[in-house]
Design a binder for this molecule. Sequence first.
Ligand SMILES: NC(=O)c1ccc[n+]([C@@H]2O[C@H](COP(=O)([O-])OP(=O)(O)OC[C@H]3O[C@@H](n4cnc5c(N)ncnc54)[C@H](OP(=O)(O)O)[C@@H]3O)[C@@H](O)[C@H]2O)c1
Length: 271
Amino acid sequence: MTQELIWITGASQGIGKALALAYAQEGKTVAISARNASKLQQVVDESIGLTGRIFALPCDVTDKHQVQACLNLLIEEETLPDRVILNAGTHQPMAANEFSASTLKTLMDINVIGTAIPLEMLLPLYLKPPLCLKQSSHLEYQPGQQKKVQIAIVASVAGYRGLPTASAYGASKAALINLAESLKAELYHSRVDIRLINPGFVKTPLTDENNFKMPFLISADKAAQTIIKGLTGKHFEVVFPSRMAIAMSLLKWLPDSIFFPLINRGTKHGR
Ligand SMILES: NC(=O)c1ccc[n+]([C@@H]2O[C@H](COP(=O)([O-])OP(=O)(O)OC[C@H]3O[C@@H](n4cnc5c(N)ncnc54)[C@H](OP(=O)(O)O)[C@@H]3O)[C@@H](O)[C@H]2O)c1
């Protein structure tokens, strides 16, 4: 049996790094991408001695040529990945009195376009009809003819509803949630299994910048274990930790007349 190959973007630190190491511990082969090549190499070094293997494919996910080169190398050296986790992303709070189209663009570029570029390159490769099938039937998954593949998109529970200072970050994550749902609906019977990962607060270099108490904060290792388990299950959305998921789902359904004053008071913004 061939070894499962996984490609994770944004894996030089935080959730992506924890995921890569956890998959390598399970014996998987993991390609990791991020811009900082030396930090990727540190992750590779940390994986020495684990049953699986990690190798670095440095690239900026917002640069089409770099992503294409990265994917070409991956296919040449190994094969098309069985699972892709599009996790690269960043956060920048933006208060209303500092509203900036350029901050919004930066977050849209990294979080949304940095997910869309790998998707644009991967989907045609996975959805290409096998030679034995007619062109029109290629979106239908034919068990036994092609291996199922999984593409997971990392968004955030911050994409559920608008939250103070998150008009850039939250908007980018809401876009990813909708993007993942659209692809899932269209590709439901295809060989590509689209998944959505919505983390709550996870302790990483990204959240280390936050100067407020983060409810239900979990470690990156715990997040990685939850994601791995969730992606082997059947649910489209992997959302965690469960108490944060419940709280954010309740907010999603609150009427506006309750939601806005409650969230304004709770987060002490707009006073
Ligand atoms: N931590 C949380 O509480 C939390 C909650 C909800 C959702 N998330 C989401 O989970 C994902 C990972 O978050 P994290 O907390 O692990 O963040 P992190 O510690 O800041 O790690 C982000 C990773 O993305 C990479 N990256 C950023 N821009 C990139 C680019 N243009 N091209 C390639 N790689 C890029 C970074 O490496 P380089 O800088 O070297 O490129 C790094 O490896 C993000 O999408 C984030 O929005 C996190």
